[in-house]
Design a protein around this ligand. Structure first.
Ligand code: XMP
Length: 534
């Protein structure tokens, strides 16, 4: 049972998908103009139309493709999605240059979306006052034939509407954001009560379905999986191992850019605890010499991405079985490739969003597990997590028996410390960064701050500063502590870490790490900053 979500460019489209999955229902997100047969191929039991930045009257604005109504499944239009339904079905949408943005009160009549008697309301009220999140300019000012109004607010007399016969529902506000009271309930009611989906999207089922899919794709071939120590590649490896056992060989490449103790932990967990075949290679000299004198962030990423794949290929040559050159056809026919490369790519990385303002979105960074693979790879890709969100990945990690400290590990970029060691990368500077980062991790862990922040790490800066230690002058490197909170890593706020924790981290780094004499705390949110410094 599935739900299709059409993305009209709202910043919250992925959040809608997460809420539907949280309600235990599988869903996929499509660009608004996806070919109809791609959407209908998943046989959706309902369709959700996201919000978006446009007015239905804008030239070239995204429109409602006829198949959506013709599919005769329940539809929920949110914000712009509501305007589209009204506009397409004979109602009236009125433009306004006054945007209503932020918290608002709506009066909502009981309906299938939110039956009466909700919490915190006097039992006698016929309609319910909800505090909701609004973000719109246009309003629906006349209902289309067959619809009745189910909600109103001071600024939008028609804030919700329903055509029960065709099961078409629409609301002006955003049920997917946390700021909307009973938002999760509205989405859950839509998918369960209105669309009739059961809550079968559970970790156990995801594992079962993934195993089936993996077996189908792999057949009798061999899979190689690069482990980075992060949660995504770890869960991907554990899942693939559950599906195909010894056809999987994991490779842990010590690039020299891992955090302190990371290599040992990966080897222990996978080889000793999970019994997975694991080849560990120390390639740090090789990576370091390729990065010699490279300080441009994108160049670092490209070099590392390419090196990773070439390293796997050489492992295949040397360790997994001699292959004659003719076996290594760089054919474009994927299934003719003898080996698969497993990657922990997640759904947010593969969603093509087609919001009008995103078509020309500037490229900020290449995340190398998506963009940086060489075109002439000798592998077919196996991406068992490509339809999953991070929270789902963590849940199936637990289901598969991975230890808490891997499952709850904060994300770590593929290029590792290379993008946190600003400027030239040398072994000495990496060791400095590793030592400083280990101190920060230890102090944050003591205060449970690694669970309450989304990502926390140290960055080594390409500057030196003057200091005084004992009675002597120092002229040494500077590091920055970066700690952020975020739901989706697209936007982030800097974490308000207690001063005494920062003080302890700073004092320990300066005293215990030779070569660093100054510690700063990064108080930039994203945007305008990014989470990593490079
Ligand atoms: P930014 O710095 O773009 O980071 O705000 C967002 C999230 O992505 C991670 N990140 C990467 N992950 N390869 C990765 O696998 C990369 O090149 C890369 N760069 C950033 C970053 O750690 C954060 O979680």
């Amino acid at each position: 049972m599935t739900i299709a979500i059409l993305d009209f460019g709202s910043q919250f489209s992925q959040l809608i998908a997460r809420r539907v999955r949280e309600a235990g229902v599988y869903c996929e997100l499509f660009p608004w103009d996806a070919p109809p047969d791609r959407v209908t191929a998943i046989m959706p039991n309902g369709i959700i139309l996201s919000g978006g930045p446009n007015s239905v009257y804008d030239a070239g604005a995204p429109h409602l493709q006829p198949y959506i109504i013709e599919a005769a499944v329940p539809v929920l239009g949110i914000c712009y999605g509501m305007h589209l339904l009204a506009h397409a079905l004979g109602g009236q949408v009125t433009g306004s240059n006054k945007r209503e943005y932020g918290q608002a009160q709506v009066q909502m009549l009981p309906s299938e979306l939110l039956p009466g008697a909700i919490a915190n309301q006097p039992a006698s009220t016929e309609d319910m006052a909800l505090s909701v999140w609004m973000s719109h300019g246009d309003n629906v000012t006349r209902l289309p034939p067959g619809f009745e109004s189910i909600a109103q607010s001071a600024n939008a007399p028609i804030s919700g509407m329903v055509d029960r016969a065709r099961k078409l529902y629409a609301i002006q506000f955003h049920p997917e954001v946390n700021h909307t009271q009973h938002g999760r309930e509205i989405i859950s009611n839509f998918v369960h009560e209105i669309c009739g989906c059961d809550a079968s999207w559970s970790p156990g089922n995801i594992v079962e379905q993934s195993i089936k899919r993996i077996k189908q794709q792999v057949g009798a071939r061999q899979v190689i999986c690069g482990l980075s120590g992060g949660v995504d590649s770890s869960v991907a490896a554990a899942l693939v191992h559950r599906a195909i056992g010894d056809q999987l060989t994991c490779v842990f490449v010590d690039t020299g850019m891992m955090r302190k103790g990371e290599g040992d932990q990966v080897i222990e967990t996978f080889r000793q605890n999970l019994g997975i075949r694991l080849i560990a290679i120390n390639a740090s000299e090789d990576f370091l010499s390729a990065l010699h004198n490279v300080s441009d962030p994108e160049a670092k990423r490209t070099i590392i991405g390419e090196k990773f794949v070439r390293t796997f290929e050489s492992v295949l040559d040397s360790e997994i079985g001699a292959q004659s050159d003719s076996d290594w056809q760089t054919s474009t026919d994927q299934t003719s490739k003898q080996f698969l490369l497993c990657q922990g790519t997640l759904y947010p990385d593969v969603i093509e969003s087609r919001g009008p303002e995103r078509q020309s979105a500037a490229k900020i960074k290449t995340h190398h597990n998506v963009g940086g693979l060489p075109a002439n790879m000798r592998f077919e890709l196996l991406e068992p997590l490509r339809f999953l969100f991070k929270d789902e990945v963590r849940n199936i990690g637990l289901e598969l028996g991975l230890p808490d400290d891997i499952v709850w590990r904060q994300p770590f970029p593929g290029p590792g410390l290379a993008v946190r060691c600003l400027g030239n990368i040398t072994w000495e500077r990496l060791e400095r960064l590793r030592a400083a980062d280990a101190i920060m991790q230890e102090e944050f862990a003591r205060e449970n701050l690694l669970r309450t922040t989304s990502q926390a790490f140290v960055v080594l800066l390409p500057v030196r500063s003057v200091g005084v230690m004992g009675d002597g002058r120092t002229y040494a490197e500077v590091c920055a502590i970066r700690a952020v909170t975020t739901d989706d890593f697209m936007t982030a706020d800097w974490a308000r870490i207690p001063y005494d924790v920062l003080a302890r981290v700073s004092s320990r780094i300066v005293n215990e790490v030779p070569g660093i004499n100054r510690v700063t705390y990064d108080i930039t949110s994203k945007p305008p900053g990014t989470i990593e410094w490079e």
